[in-house]
Design a protein around this ligand. Sequence first.
Ligand code: ADP
Ligand code: ZN
Length: 526
Amino acid sequence: MNRISSSLQSPLQALQTLFGYDAFRGPQEAVIGELMAGRDALVLMPTGGGKSLCYQIPAILRDGVGVVISPLIALMQDQVDALRQVGVNAGFLNSSLSLAELRDMERALLDQELDMLYIAPERLTQERTLELLQRTPISLFAIDEAHCVSQWGHDFRADYLQLNLLQERFPHVPRVALTATADERTRKEIAERLGLTEAQHFISGFDRPNIQYRITQKQNARQQLLRFLRAEHANDAGIVYCLSRNKVEQVAEWLRKEGFNALPYHAGLPADVRQEHQQRFLREDGVIVVATIAFGMGIDKPDVRFVAHLDLPKSIESYYQETGRAGRDGLPSTAWMAYGLQDVIKLRQMMEGSPGAEQFKRAERQKLDAMLGLCEIVSCRRRALLRYFGETAPEQCGNCDACLNPAETWDATVAAQKVLSCIYRTGQRFGVNHLIDVVRGELTDKVKQFGHERLPTFGVGEDLDVAQWRSVLRQLTARGLLNVDLDGFGALKLTEACRPILRGEQEVRLRRDVKEVMTKAPKRSG
Ligand code: ADP
Ligand code: ZN
């Protein structure tokens, strides 16, 4: 046996001598302890949190080969190379190998030469592979990207469902499932489907204390962005996320005119242009990339000082992942977002209009609702964000807009009743602008065309201005009191939840939108 484990005494020693790190991070040590003791574990850690070591170290120290199941075939070669460099005997089995390479790998496995073996799920579940594995000692199974087992998620893979056969075929081999994206329901699903009911859950490390979270209401989003950049990040590198390719190009061009070194990035640009913009972002100082979500995967730039969203992400997971590209160096950074009613309408329509099973859409809607909840919340955003990932946090973080500039709320019960009954009386067929015209008593052509000036709700809302009514409608929509129609015109409809409000049985308190939220970022320490 030429396995490296014979020279290592403990997990800490493995960490230090093989990987060159001083100490474990977060729950790594605890996870390794579970696996060393032969028990299962479920690990939820953000990207970059250090999941790999959680299974690499016990795989190396325990007898037998550690089998890592990963859907990311393209990354296997890199992972194996990195391990070989530190002296770990690693290999992989996937469809990229030639027949001869495959036979070599199988022989190495049966000769017990391997510390670790990476396998794609579709290969692992083949009978031939299972039989092979049953002929050799196995230290553990690590199921990476475990959320792929969830039928609710975007990354569902049918092959993952079959991984529950591991517990039947290898009942004495500890298993660890790892993922960076999983809300509580997905987590339960992972545990159930992979037969990890006994597994301890390790959830951690989601807090990014150096990122200041700010979500502001859209008035004139570009001007708001400009003021934010000039006041706080004049010469800094950052990312501005937009929903569409078109908008990406327009915003990039406009920022250039305003004197910023801004470059567009989206999947519709030629590969060489994308490559060049990415390289400039990484190498030059103070480059702003204006991008769709296509940008960011695998980009590891430590000194991104801000991430700005001009459009609403469609889930908290996306928001967390995108804002998480800021401040990897630990220095103060800002996650800034402007969002408005149109964003909600647009996203809801996109979701409804997309093909897909009703079940899947419902899950998407729930994720968007959670994101909206985060936007409209008046208490600490960080606490809400962390709670979503199952972590507890203090009442106040002191480094988000809600903590720095507590929002005022107001009793909007009467205003809500007015506009809800206006929606009802106009037949639930009209969009925001017309509804506001009716409630404020504007005699527009459209109002006259439908005879809406004769309704009892016409002009009952003169006390609030247009921006205030937009704010009311946005918040009512975000809270699920209103639905947006799919017809493309964004007609608002009442939901069941409106009843107690219309009957006067429920108070509605809403956040008072401030004209401009501009907190000065804390002084930089470095
Ligand atoms: P994940 O799989 O969770 O995205 P990785 O396992 O790839 O994260 O680890 C992210 C980075 O953190 C890697 O460069 C890894 O070497 C490093 N890392 C992991 N654990 C430690 C540690 N205890 N101390 C220092 N660096 C670590
Ligand atoms: Zn806070």
